[in-house]
Design a protein around this ligand. Structure first.
Ligand code: HEM
Length: 432
């Protein structure tokens, strides 16, 4: 039935694009053919159906990310006559701010916690959580990686970073799942997400009060007591940030780990042999995964003034969608972009940076964004994914896929939030 609908919606001319293709199950599973038609024939596509403009080429996306004078992210005005963030499932959070001084302030007060020495302090705990989760799997001889491993580790890591009591970790996992589902479409999901957020906020209130009085060395203490230009985050901002961390830092890293394993099991089993020989190559698996089929495929902006691009004018206040997943496959930038290759020589393979400009002169992937809103957790996501994959491979005696074929990575169904990943991934193993 879904396939039949997709057939009916197929455009009559080879290069013509029917905007309803973006909503079909074909795009959810495999958006790359449409991305290519966009790049080749409609580098600036005016999607009148969804009322937005679509950018799909690498350098156009890079340009939009770097041009704060023409493109902004703000959803609405925090000084408006309403409670900022009240209808967002996370509450007031940095994602709703644009290029304003408030954004800069909020970013600067917390960004340092996720890089450098501050990050290093948390890494032994990440390794310990991985060991604990792996210990629950050893007996069975097989693991459904998504539900039993990748969705378990990052959320427990964040709960521990925040310094929450360990006995509350399972409640935290439940709130996380409801919050993520709340990002999906439909009032019912949003209502459940907001309910979970409110429960979590009630839970956090006394902890925030206690940590403000007597700070420890955990992330929650650091966030509540961090000061910049003489000001601290308000309790609502702290709670909004904690809720955001669950999705921005938990769900994304969860999907990154699952995608890395999927590519090693099914896309390049030959390169899995290389990774078994040298586990440090998980780092390259992470980078190439972030290019080839990144966890986050799209980011949204609006224009703050008229913008001329590809001989056309985008009006002021127009909605823009930047398809990172399309830019990463731009054949104007990467050779054989549809080939997953951890040894590729034309991609910056090391750690990303905010400017997207590297000493080796190679382009980086677009999967963490670029510029003012560049992902704050880029270093943490990489380190955590590396530790999780390396430990699982070592503990499980080089797991193998249980089934010969797999339906592949897809975007979540329209009625649930979240990012691209395999829905399930069953591995068998031989523990030493
Ligand atoms: C593989 C994992 C991850 C992916 C794919 C990812 C992706 C992204 C992307 C694409 C953006 C840019 C948003 C924009 O341009 O509007 C972003 C921003 C952000 N990310 Fe991540 N992220 C990941 C992990 C993390 C982690 C682990 C954390 C926290 C510990 C985190 C926290 C944030 C925050 C707070 C922002 C907003 C930054 C700002 O607006 O200044 N992310 N992320």
């Amino acid at each position: 039935m879904a396939e039949a609908l997709q057939e009916q919606q197929a455009p009559t001319l080879p290069h013509e694009i029917d905007p309803r293709e973006f909503d079909g199950p074909g795009f959810q599973r495999d958006p790359f053919p449409l991305y290519k038609r966009l790049r080749d024939h409609h580098p600036l596509f005016h999607d009148r159906f969804h009322n937005r403009w679509v950018l799909s080429r690498y350098w156009d996306i890079d340009g939009a990310f770097q041009d704060n004078a023409s493109y902004d992210r703000a959803v609405y005005n925090p000084d408006g006559p309403y409670q900022f963030g009240s209808t967002h499932v996370f509450g007031p959070n940095i994602l709703e701010y644009g290029n304003s001084p408030q954004h800069r302030w909020l970013r600067n007060i917390v960004a340092g916690q996720f890089v450098g020495n501050r990050l290093q302090v948390f890494l032994p705990m990440v390794a310990q959580i991985c060991d604990e989760v792996i210990a629950t799997l050893r007996e069975a001889g097989e693991v459904e990686l998504v539900s039993q491993f990748s969705s378990q580790v990052p959320i427990r890591v964040i709960s521990n970073m925040l310094g929450l009591p360990r006995e509350d970790e399972d409640a935290f996992v439940d709130w996380y799942q409801a919050l993520i589902a709340g990002l999906g479409f439909g009032g019912e999901h949003l209502a459940r997400g907001i309910q979970a957020r409110n429960e979590m906020w009630d839970y956090l209130d006394p902890l925030i009060a206690a940590r403000s009085k007597t700070p420890g060395d955990d992330l929650l203490s650091r966030i509540v007591s961090a000061e910049l230009e003489g000001a601290r985050m308000s309790p609502d901002e702290v709670k909004g940030f904690v809720a955001l961390l669950l999705a921005a830092g938990g769900d994304t890293t969860d999907k990154a780990i699952a995608n890395m394993w999927f590519h090693m099991m099914y896309t390049r089993p030959d390169q899995y042999a290389d990774v078994q020989a040298d586990p440090n190559l998980w780092d390259a698996v992470f980078t190439e995964m972030m290019r080839y089929d990144p966890v986050v495929h799209a980011q949204f902006r609006h224009t703050t003034r008229e913008v001329e691009l590809h001989g056309r004018v985008i009006p002021e206040r127009a909605g823009i969608i930047l398809y990172l997943g399309a830019g990463n496959r731009d054949e104007r930038v990467f050779k054989d972009p549809d080939t997953f290759d951890i040894h590729r020589g034309d991609l910056h393979m090391g750690r990303e940076n905010r400017s997207g400009r590297y000493k080796d002169g190679k382009p980086g992937h677009l999967g963490f964004g670029i510029g003012q809103h560049f992902c704050m957790g880029y270093a943490m996501a990489r380190q955590e994914a590396m530790i999780a994959c390396t430990k699982l491979m070592a503990a499980m005696g080089a797991p193998q896929p249980k089934f010969d074929s797999h339906p592949g990575i897809s975007s979540p169904s329209i009625d649930s939030g979240g990012f691209r990943s395999p829905q399930e991934l069953v591995l068998t193993f031989n523990p030493a």
